[in-house]
Design a protein around this ligand. Structure first.
Ligand code: NI
Length: 172
């Protein structure tokens, strides 16, 4: 397993890329998942999409367990939302690609997601709460969408400007 650098704003060119499906869950996919997981744990974070380490494949890792609990990593290939609830809920979201920025985001409170698991088996998962939010956030990444796209334009422009400025000042 190798730690990979995480792509952050203002690198929208990479983060806005639409990732391509994997054709099969093979050893190269599992190696990439392992690198993503190590990178995510180290950050630390609870979810990571491959594009966040610069790889435009539809791959996600998640682990919502808390500090001190036994780790329960999840590996998803080609995940897609096949159903989402009418009911919505608000969660304060953050993103490893937008460090130190948190904002409330409204999304469907429940989703059903279809994906290939680590063994390459087609799987369906119905999720609510933090898991539902996290799945939607990560699947957004695969489509080049960031959580700041779900907040007001004013707030989004402010955060983009902050990262562009930080880069110019050599602080990123
Ligand atoms: Ni994110």
């Amino acid at each position: 397993m190798t730690l990979r650098p995480i792509i952050t704003l203002p690198d929208e060119k990479t983060l806005r890329e639409v990732s391509k499906p994997v054709t099969a869950v093979d050893p190269s996919v599992r190696n990439l998942w392992d690198d993503m997981l190590e990178t995510m744990y180290r950050a630390p974070g609870i979810g990571l999409a491959a594009i966040q380490i610069g790889v435009p494949r539809r791959l996600v890792v998640l682990d919502l367990t808390k500090d001190g609990e036994e780790k329960k990593p999840m590996f998803l290939a080609n995940p897609e939302i096949v159903w989402s609830s009418e009911t919505q809920s608000d969660y304060e979201e953050g993103c490893l690609s937008i460090p130190d920025y948190y904002e409330m985001v409204t999304r469907p409170s429940e989703v059903k997601v279809r994906y290939l698991d680590r063994q390459g088996n087609a799987t369906e998962l119905q999720a609510s709460g933090l898991m539902a939010t996290c799945l939607q956030h990560e699947i957004d990444h695969l489509n080049g969408v960031l959580f700041i796209d779900h907040i007001s334009r004013l707030k989004r422009e402010r955060v983009l400007k902050k990262f562009t400025k930080a880069q110019k000042l050599g602080k990123l």
